[in-house]
Design a protein around this ligand. Structure first.
Ligand code: F6P
Length: 324
């Protein structure tokens, strides 16, 4: 078994609260077993250009409470090309790096799977507010993002009630509706529009609003995941079909930033330390995951083969029952 002496650490894709806790835990856990850590800036881009900083425990001591990522991030177009992955692999070899720890979402996982073909050992930690990495029940950042969305929607609802309007709030989550589901349920939304369930028919939403209107309600809340449908088009449809004044709020990037919740700090710390454990055990090309609240790991290819695009059905059914 090859002993790991030096690792590179990076964050990639959309930033997510809790990434800094994972960075911190990797650095501390590595130091604890005599592994040197090189911080790679701007994700896979920094791996190609060898934009790095040495990372010691003093550099990461007080970053748990910071949103974003201290290592910066990118969505690297170049890393999709083999010639740049080869360049990154040469950089690792030249600097005697034995393994890479990459914190990011689905795109990061796909990049890692291609990168291991260059003979590199890469361990992934799932970090994305979307909670859309199929092999794990949790991805870093989701809890903070859902809470941020919930608080923002609470405020929007206040104004909606004062004016007797319908608020259509668009939250993040391109392919998965977990932020919409959780923030929508937490704010007692009248309708939650999810990518997993959208059939292109606006009637279910407009009918729900109409029904409430007929029952004497004077304000309404619709939470829609981005990418499902155009929120302004949905608001227009509600206006046309119900006559109720409707307004759109797009929450956008506030959901990605801000102080991480206790859960994201804790899971970031656990996942970071676990990634170093895997390296200590001599494991290669794995992804850290959570199942039944326990830390587990999968091979990268195995992780890609897990297709789980369905929402938790009990949570979904409950959301329907609670918005009746
Ligand atoms: O990181 C996930 C995510 O926030 C998605 O919810 C959103 O669709 C996307 O990233 C936005 O990406 P970008 O930062 O490239 O605009």
């Amino acid at each position: 078994m090859k002993q790991i002496k030096k690792i590179a650490l990076l964050t990639s894709g959309g930033d997510a609260p809790g990434m800094n806790s994972a960075v911190r835990a990797v650095v501390f856990a590595a130091k604890n077993c005599g592994i040197e850590v090189t911080g790679v800036l701007r994700g896979y881009e920094g791996l190609i250009d060898w934009e790095t900083i040495p990372l010691g425990t003093d550099d990461v001591r007080n970053i748990n409470n910071q949103g974003g990522t201290v290592l910066f991030t990118s969505r690297s177009e170049r890393f999709l090309e083999k010639k740049y992955r080869e360049q990154a692999a040469r950089n690792l070899k030249e600097h005697d790096i034995d393994a890479v720890v990459a914190i990011g979402g689905d795109g990061t996982l796909h990049g890692a799977i291609e990168f291991k073909k260059e003979g590199c050992n890469i361990i992934c930690i799932p970090g994305t507010i979307d909670r859309d990495v199929a092999c794990t029940e949790y991805t870093l950042g989701f809890d903070t993002a859902a809470n941020t969305a919930m608080k923002a929607i609470d405020s929007i609802r206040d104004s909606s009630v004062s004016h007797g309007r319908c608020s259509v709030v668009e939250v993040m989550g391109r392919k998965r509706g977990y932020i919409a589901l959780w923030a929508g349920m937490a704010t007692s939304a009248d309708a939650i529009v999810l990518p997993e369930k959208w059939d292109g028919n606006y009637d279910s939403v407009t009918d729900a609003i109409k029904k409430r209107h007929e029952n004497g309600r004077n304000s309404y809340l619709v939470v829609v995941a981005e990418g499902v449908t155009d929120a302004p088009a949905l608001a227009k449809m509600i206006r046309e079909k119900t006559g109720i004044e409707s307004r759109v709020s797009v929450l956008g990037y506030i959901q990605r930033g801000g102080q991480p919740s206790a859960k994201d700090r804790m899971y970031g710390s656990l996942m970071g330390a676990f990634a170093v454990e895997l390296l200590k055990e001599g494991k290669e090309n794995r992804i850290v995951a959570i199942k039944n609240d326990l830390l587990i790991d999968f091979g990268l290819d195995e992780a890609l083969d897990i297709h789980n695009n369905s929402l938790d059905s009990f949570q979904y059914q409950l959301s329907l029952m609670l918005s009746e």
